[in-house]
Design a protein around this ligand. Structure first.
Ligand SMILES: [Zn+2]
Length: 309
């Protein structure tokens, strides 16, 4: 599943547990960040199958770890229940969705049928969640902007052997725009169009000049494309798929959530036994206070010096 769907399920899982804002932000980040492996950063083994190893190495980040674990394939998290064969959500929805999207082949050109069904179902569920829960989009965006989440994310990037600067890439307007795109069907369809075109673009032969131009072209190319391409067909395809999934996607998420209650208890019990209280927020406030006090003292000393000269 995609970002908002993961965050939605895990926030429901802890509903009523009295998590504070910082804990919630950690939870949200942990539930979304494993999918950086889809961007080619980090290995799936680290991001989708090692949540417990991360928790054991960092018992001070139980919320972040819970997000990671409930996202993954092993132990069984939301991705597992979505992807598994025969009884998984994708397998159950495939036949009907295929019937719909076969009528819109131009809307997934470049993908094979399996990949298209997979992506379009996940994209549609994401869009159903986004349009019904605008508060969630705000919450996710705020979590990505919070500077306290950088600590667990830093530990995560070390653990998954991805670029340690990952934590600084979170507060990013493109990412914010990405989440916002799921607020309704036309904006989600426009994002889909960009992704499909980007895939085609990536298939072109590259040379160094092309590489240099790519960042610039990406923006103007998509901008022009998005204006020129009639999106009506894309919107219609997603409307139909969403209409079909609307009936029971919540039932599926609810079922998975129930299965994960035991995992949640295990995670927090482990953290309680092995972790120290995380006082990073307190510490950084103390450092800030200390620095400000030193600055004021310095200024006062300089003023005095001037007075007596
Ligand atoms: Zn995933």
């Amino acid at each position: 599943m995609q970002s908002l769907t993961h965050a939605y399920m895990v926030l429901n899982l802890v509903r009523g547990d009295g998590l504070n804002r910082k804990q919630e932000n950690d939870l949200i980040l942990g539930s979304i960040i494993p999918d950086i492996s889809e961007l080619g950063w980090g290995k799936e083994k680290h991001t989708h199958r090692s949540g417990w190893d991360f928790l054991k190495a960092h018992p001070n980040y139980p919320d972040f770890s819970l997000g990671m674990i409930t996202h993954g394939e092993s132990p069984q998290g939301l991705d597992y229940y979505t992807h598994r064969s025969v009884t998984g959500y994708l397998a159950r929805k495939k036949k009907k969705v295929l019937e719909i999207i076969r009528r819109y082949p131009e809307c997934w050109a470049g993908l094979n049928e399996d990949a298209a069904v997979h992506k379009i179902i996940e994209f549609s569920v994401e869009s159903l969640i986004g349009e019904k829960n605008k508060w969630l989009i705000r919450k996710v965006n705020n979590a990505f902007r919070s500077r306290y989440v950088r600590r667990p994310v830093q530990s995560f990037s070390k653990f998954s052997k991805v670029n340690p600067n990952l934590c600084y890439a979170l507060d990013n307007e493109h990412l914010q725009g990405w989440f916002k795109s799921f607020k309704n069907t036309p904006t989600a369809a426009a994002l889909w169009l960009n992704l499909i075109s980007w895939r085609k673009l990536k298939g072109l032969p590259t040379d160094s000049l092309w590489n240099k131009l790519r960042l610039y072209l990406r923006f103007s190319y998509f901008y022009v494309l998005n204006i020129l391409t009639p999106k009506q067909r894309y919107i219609r395809m997603f409307t139909e798929v969403k209409q079909y999934l609307r009936k029971d996607y919540l039932k599926f998420l609810d079922k998975v959530e129930k299965k994960l209650i035991k995992t949640k208890i295990e995670v927090y019990t482990y953290a309680k036994e092995h972790g120290k209280e995380d006082d990073s927020a307190k510490r950084s406030f103390q450092q800030f206070w200390h620095r400000s006090r030193e600055k004021i003292r310095g200024r006062v000393a300089r003023l005095r010096h001037r007075q007596y000269r």
